[in-house]
Design a protein around this ligand. Structure first.
Ligand code: ADP
Ligand code: MG
Length: 278
């Protein structure tokens, strides 16, 4: 089905990738929001093992909300729908449990953690996800390899997390985390926004390393340009809280030429048939 399916050297327990196998990630009729405002309005998505999916949509369409809700970020209310990772329902799991189940979120706006060096942060993250300490030697080896792959100079290891980092450095650190944690499925929220072309290429290269290592990737973006460097298998157009169109890479090029207006359905005020609030 895709070029990436057979390569899975970094993952301890690769899932079978035959067509018809349990999808890696499945989102079914997902409605969610916050503070009484419904933002996601019936999201449906299926990502199979080894696939790269792009989600494109203009600002405010709910892309980051989708990313946060999938990861179980606190403060969001899931109204209805299902989120399945390897067939397992994530809804009752908190963020850490979802990370242990193999989900990763790279933030659109990574936060700084003054006083905490990158190494200490990554070590704690790895320990949390593996539920056990990582031997120092193994940690140093893994870190050095991941830093090379993410294009991050060695001296970053001792700097405080994102403190004084440029936009490009912050996004590279998100990619570094992904490469260290080796999730089953990584959601990268605007890994490309605000980057110059060199930083964009570095980020794309890191993402491609992850893909080659068997990580399923959902690339959220509102520009086509990162998709010149990271080839998506499926492109979804996200509009007003749901996927309105899915197709191949040609969809991204269509958007570039035509914008989003042609996909809008005027007067369509969607609401769940029976909002089962919980
Ligand atoms: P995108 O990532 O596609 O730009 P977001 O998911 O960030 O979109 O936002 C979707 C909508 O939800 C926007 O209308 C935004 O104003 C609203 N929204 C986002 N965060 C909050 C919040 N904390 N409280 C209320 N509304 C929010
Ligand atoms: Mg966003």
């Amino acid at each position: 089905m895709t070029a990436h399916e057979e390569t899975n050297p970094g993952s301890p327990a690769p899932a079978p990738a035959q067509a018809g196998a349990t999808p890696l990630l499945e989102v079914r009729d997902l409605w969610a929001g916050m503070d009484g405002k419904t933002i996601l309005k019936g999201v449906n998505l299926v990502v199979r093992s080894g696939e790269v999916h792009a989600i494109m949509g203009r600002n405010g369409s709910g892309k980051s909300t989708l990313a946060h809700v999938l990861m179980g970020y606190p403060g969001y209310e899931v109204i209805r729908g299902e989120i399945l990772l390897d067939g397992r329902d994530l809804r009752s799991l908190d963020v850490t449990e979802r990370a242990r189940a193999g989900l990763f979120l790279g933030f659109q706006y990574p936060v700084a953690i003054p006083g905490v060096p990158v190494t200490a942060f990554l070590r704690a993250a790895l320990r949390a996800v593996r539920s056990q300490d990582v031997p120092p030697r193994e940690f140093r080896k893994t870190l050095a390899a991941a830093m090379r792959e993410a294009g991050i100079p060695e001296e970053f290891a001792s700097r405080p997390v994102n403190d004084g980092f440029s936009g490009g450095e912050k996004k590279r650190l998100e990619v570094l985390q992904m490469l260290m944690l080796k999730p089953r499925m990584a959601i990268l929220d605007e890994a490309d926004s605000g980057l110059d072309i060199d930083a964009l290429k570095a980020v794309a290269e890191g993402v491609n390393r992850g893909i080659a290592a068997g990580i399923g990737v959902m690339l959220i973006t509102h520009y086509q340009r990162i998709l010149d460097h990271v080839k998506p298998d499926v492109v979804h157009v996200f509009l007003d809280g749901r996927v309105v169109l899915s197709g191949g890479p040609e969809v991204a090029r269509q958007l570039e030429q035509r914008g989003y207006e042609w996909l809008e359905t005027p007067g369509d005020t969607a609401s769940p048939a029976s909002p089962a609030t919980r």
